[in-house]
Write a protein that binds this ligand. Sequence first.
Ligand code: HEC
Length: 117
Amino acid sequence: MLKQQFRCKARRWVWLSAAAVCLLASGAHAEPDAARKEELRYLLEQDCGSCHGLTRKGGLGSPLLPENLADSSDEALLEVILEGIPGTPMPPWKYLMSREDAVWLVKLIRKGIDHDG
Ligand code: HEC
């Protein structure tokens, strides 16, 4: 009887730790908070826009509309944004944003300029 109770408690502890690990893991991939999202929206329009066009139709940089990027994976776009493209004017942004920021930017770009509000 006592043994049974102990096992129950032990099992509960395992579940609790698993839940804690899950929470921590999801925290590491959390989206930027609302204020940061605003900053990133502004950055996309102003900074990225200075090369890729205010409406993302391209300029010095290639167009960044969903249809232009359909063949690129999220991972590939993420790398381009964080690392830049050496030998081209596309700069690395990893000094100015976290990976989570870039993941969110990719989502925003994929939605398209008319639907990212
Ligand atoms: C100084 C100019 C410049 C700025 C600023 C800039 N880019 Fe670029 N970007 C480029 C150029 C040029 C290319 C194309 C490089 C090549 O392949 O020749 C490019 C390519 C890209 C690509 C790859 C497109 C494709 O078709 O695969 C992505 C994605 C991208 N930029 C995102 C961004 C984002 C997001 C920002 C802002 C955080 C940004 N860029 C800011 C110049 C710029």
